[in-house]
Design a binder for this molecule. Structure first.
Ligand code: C5P
Length: 150
């Protein structure tokens, strides 16, 4: 026996925040300004968990830091069909990183989202085919496709 173990993984936690817009339900997306290789690409906001951090707490912390909002997070976004979703781990971002993703909403009394750090723009979008016109971070594309059922 070599006692092979899985390499430690980077775990990212992100959120899909829902809001009610004029045309129905909308989701918050944010455009990255950093690092350079991701600048200009849209994502569900989030970031790396600290060691031992609860994933929902980490996602909430990242959204507070990056967008200045207070959030309430609920169900985890999973898939039974997307090959990028690994049960027990989350959405595969790369060989070494996975992402936990949670549905949520702004808490009552939260400020409106503003790009404070790592982003230069935020938008509320309807989750239909039009959402795919945005240039997404590659890792988020299969998630958006899974969510809109394409
Ligand atoms: O925001 P932060 O740089 O901590 O995010 C860590 C990594 O997670 C980024 O490099 C990005 O590639 C990835 N990520 C992602 N999709 C998201 C949020 C983060 O692929 N929705």
């Amino acid at each position: 026996m070599t006692g092979e173990v899985d390499a430690p993984q980077t775990v990212v936690a992100a959120a899909i925040l829902r809001g009610e817009g004029a045309e129905g339900q909308e989701l918050l997306i944010a455009r990255r300004s950093a690092p350079e290789k991701l600048a200009g690409l849209w994502e569900f906001p989030g970031g790396k968990l600290e060691p031992g951090e609860d994933p929902r707490a980490g996602a909430a912390r990242e959204l507070a830091e990056e967008l200045g909002v207070e959030v309430e997070l609920g169900d985890e976004v999973m898939s039974q069909t997307a090959p990028e979703y690994e049960p027990g781990w989350g959405w595969r971002l790369s060989e070494k990183a996975v992402m936990r993703l949670f549905l949520g909403r702004l808490s009552g009394g939260s400020s409106a989202p503003q790009p404070l750090q790592d982003h230069d723009r935020v938008e509320w979008v309807r989750l239909d085919e039009r959402a795919l016109r945005y240039p997404w971070i590659p890792a988020d594309v299969p998630i958006v496709e899974a969510l809109i059922g394409t």
